[in-house]
Design a protein around this ligand. Structure first.
Ligand code: SIN
Length: 318
């Protein structure tokens, strides 16, 4: 009988990083070790699944962009179309992992698991966290009934919608906020506390399903993020509008509140045809809309994920 396959796609990050000194967790270079080498280093004897690997990109995830996302979505689609592939693991830098996870969930809504994993210490560290995170991610990808895009870090399983990097250096750097994690990986076994991610409810869903197959054929709309803060004004929004921005996500304070000067500029932009969405800069909770709100809320998405959703919605309608 043929074993089920798990495909591990490498994109770079600290998990593939190297430093000249094993005690150095800061002065390293991300995205140096190939995915085949990372997989070869895993102690996987007796695993019921066959592991395959493919290098899709080799970047520090601060440099992530839509071009890489399109290639990644295409490769995930390709592998998930093979009936003997049980699931996908993607190694990724921590810095934009949550954006990639949300992009893949929004465009693919996969029936099988797509598990992003990462590391906070480079591969050359005295005690690297990457190998254990990869083992945990493989356990999630191999789990019967697992589905959707999730992230695994420090033994915690997070859904694509809620996961956020919340710490700059701790190994357990991610949180799902007040939604809580999906579950935990405990010595290779899963303990689930929530359901696997389901499809995002989005009218543009059907249209954006083709995005993975259409790499490069359409330009992405330009959507930027602005923030509310004490003394926020109109100048940044007006400069962006003058520069041709097509969409704006505002990271409001509290329940999406806006300094009146910033709000005036955003309403002017909206009246000029710029799509504007209101999120919150708070790490937990969501913007609760009121009847008559002039600027639509982000449906619980963080500012960076609301930007991805707005770009997809604008392109899906294009
Ligand atoms: C990156 O995001 O690629 C570098 C930082 C990290 O992976 O922790």
């Amino acid at each position: 009988m043929t074993n089920k396959k798990i495909v591990i796609l490498g994109t770079g990050g600290t998990i593939a990083g190297t430093a000249s000194n094993a005690a150095d967790h800061l002065g390293y270079t991300a995205a140096q070790v190939g995915i085949a080498q990372l997989v070869a280093g895993l102690p996987l004897t007796g695993n019921a699944c066959e592991l395959m690997s493919e290098q899709v990109a080799q970047i520090d995830s601060k440099d992530m962009d839509f071009a890489v996302w399109q290639v990644l979505a295409q490769r995930v689609s390709h592998w998930l179309a093979q009936p003997d592939v049980q699931g996908i693991v993607i190694t990724h830098g921590t810095d934009t992992l949550e954006e990639t996870a949300w992009f893949l969930q929004a465009v693919l809504n996969p029936e099988r698991p797509v598990v992003l994993t990462c590391a906070m210490r480079p591969a050359t560290a005295l005690a690297p966290d990457g190998p254990q995170n990869m083992l945990d991610a493989v356990a999630v990808a191999a789990h019967a009934g697992a589905r959707g895009v999730v992230a695994v870090c420090a033994g915690v399983i997070h859904g694509a919608r809620d996961v956020q990097k919340v710490h700059t250096y701790r190994l357990d750097a991610f949180s799902s906020g007040d939604a809580g994690p999906l579950g935990y990986v405990e010595e290779g076994r899963l303990r689930l506390v929530r359901n696997w991610p389901q499809a995002p409810v989005d009218k543009a869903q059907a249209a954006i399903k083709n995005i993975a197959a259409a790499a490069g054929s359409l330009p992405w709309p330009r959507v930027e993020i602005v923030m509310n803060y004490a003394g926020a004004g109109a100048a940044v929004v007006r400069a962006l509008v003058a520069d041709g921005v097509q969409g704006l996500v505002v990271a409001g304070t509290g329940n999406g509140t806006l300094h009146h000067a910033l709000e005036v500029a955003l309403l002017e932009a909206q009246a000029d045809g710029v799509r504007v969405v209101r999120a919150t800069r708070c790490l937990e909770g969501r913007v609760l809309p009121k009847p008559g709100d002039a600027i639509p809320d982000s449906q619980g998405l963080s500012p960076v994920k609301a930007r991805v959703a707005l770009m997809l919605a604008m392109r899906g309608q294009g």
